[in-house]
Design a binder for this molecule. Structure first.
Ligand SMILES: Nc1nc2c(c(=O)[nH]1)N[C@H]1C(S)=C(S)[C@@H](COP(=O)(O)OP(=O)(O)OC[C@H]3O[C@@H](n4cnc5c(N)ncnc54)[C@H](O)[C@@H]3O)O[C@H]1N2
Ligand code: MOO
Length: 388
């Protein structure tokens, strides 16, 4: 069995980078910027007032001015402002020629067209200089996962269409005679396909485009038929049928259809029967069927693979080092990803870790990672966690 980090190395080698597409700005949130983009203008494109008030050449308590016009956002005052003159000005307005400072209206008394600066004149000129935020050519570097604030910046840069990495198309195949879809009536020996839907949402959240294929039954003909439906998927993910049982046919059938397997079985818990390889034009990852095993493999393997396909760093799921809230016993020979909660007292690992228990996963907000053969640990000792 290979280690988790060896498995990740294999997976990164199997993943192919995707091409670039242009999308409208509003659709670029959550996508990965594929090429650097440069600002197409200076911002602000003129010196702008930062406040509502009066623009003057020089301000001091007691000085009087005659108001000769008005400058508002989107409506400049085009004349020259001389000594003894003021322009009524509003936030965002271009600062007229001759104005050196904006006195906020709270620091002024007005009588008809004449204003007088009171004796509590505030500090600063209240003017945002030309190009103060950025200049044309300012570059947003790629690759970069675009958040809401990046979209605001790109808009200000006047970028209406954004080059992003195409979303990886992922075909999700559940396998098993026992599975029915949520909402259906299960027979007495059937259960509901669950991790399929968890993985679907995880993939969506990662920026992939998942597609649910019909459930493949535990026979070669059914598996072959469903594999025949993967189309132009970049990644084929199977769930279940990965182990050694008589009905675990996934690897055999996929190999019959051209899978070049890179590995099968990883020294981890849960998730041991993981496999992967190239499957025609696609990459294939076979996940174990146990609901928690599949979800843990989603976080530990699928998430880094999707990020790599999107052009982000090929890196394992980020870990943090925190302190244990309670002692934990020694670990076995496999790297153990234990459902846990991060509390103010530290990392609290759940007692029940069976890989069928989705209720325990639902209560968890982190996976505590124990190295193989990690000795028993006391409360307060450090432990690495992956946040869920
Ligand atoms: N003799 C051995 N038996 C098993 C081993 C082993 O090494 N030797 N490994 C165990 C481990 S670890 C795991 S994990 C499981 C994984 O087995 P499979 O990948 O073949 O999964 P299945 O047998 O198809 O299903 C396991 C379990 O999960 C349920 N399941 C499957 N798909 C779904 C789904 N989409 N949604 C919800 N639940 C699902 C299925 O009904 C089974 O209960 O093998 C152990 N056995
Ligand atoms: O390795 Mo299995 O995934 O423990 O349930």
């Amino acid at each position: 069995m290979i280690s988790v980090s060896e498995a990740l190395d294999h997976l990164f080698a199997l993943a192919r980078p995707l091409d670039v597409e242009e999308v409208p700005l509003r659709e670029a949130g959550g996508r990965v910027l594929a090429r650097p983009v440069a600002a197409r203008r200076d911002q602000p494109p003129f010196a702008a007032s930062a406040m509502d008030g009066y623009g003057v050449a020089e301000a001091a308590p007691g000085l009087k001015f005659t108001v000769i016009g008005e400058a508002a956002a989107g409506r400049a005052f085009h004349g020259q402002v001389g000594r003894g003159e003021a322009v009524r000005i509003f936030t965002g307005a271009p600062v007229p020629e001759g104005v050196k400072t904006v006195v906020i209206q709270e620091d002024v008394t007005r009588d008809g067209e004449v204003i007088t600066i009171t004796d509590r004149l505030g500090e600063g000129d209240n003017i945002r200089p030309y190009g103060n935020d950025f200049r044309a050519g300012l570059t947003l570097d790629a690759p970069r996962l675009l958040g809401a604030q990046d979209i605001a910046l790109l808009a200000a840069m006047n970028i209406a269409r954004v080059p992003v990495t195409r979303r990886p198309k992922v075909a999700l195949i559940s396998t098993g005679d026992e599975l029915v879809m949520p909402g259906e009536d299960p027979g007495p020996d059937q259960i509901i396909a669950s991790n399929t839907f968890g993985l679907y949402v995880l993939l969506q959240q990662l920026g992939a485009e998942p597609r649910l294929l019909p459930i493949a039954r535990d026979n070669e003909a059914s598996l072959r038929a469903i594999f025949g439906m993967v189309g132009d998927a970049d990644l084929v993910v199977t769930i279940g049928g990965a182990s050694v049982g008589d009905h675990d046919l996934v690897a055999r059938v996929a190999e019959g259809m051209g899978l070049e397997r890179a590995f099968h079985k990883v020294a981890m818990r849960p998730g041991k029967p993981l496999m992967s390889g190239r499957f025609g034009e696609a990459m294939m990852v076979g996940l174990p069927g146990n609901p928690v095993s599949a979800m843990v493999c989603g976080h530990v393997f699928l998430a880094p693979v999707i990020r790599a396909m999107l052009g982000l760093d090929a890196a394992a799921a980020p870990r943090e080092t925190l302190r244990l809230a309670a002692p934990v016993g020694e670990n076995g020979p496999r790297e153990h990803y234990m459902r846990a909660r991060v509390t103010p007292e530290g990392v609290s690992i759940f007692d029940r870790q069976d890989s069928a228990l989705l209720s325990v996963l639902g209560a968890a907000d982190a996976l505590a990672v124990r190295p193989p053969r990690d000795p028993a640990r006391a409360a307060g000792e450090e432990i690495e966690v992956i946040r869920l």
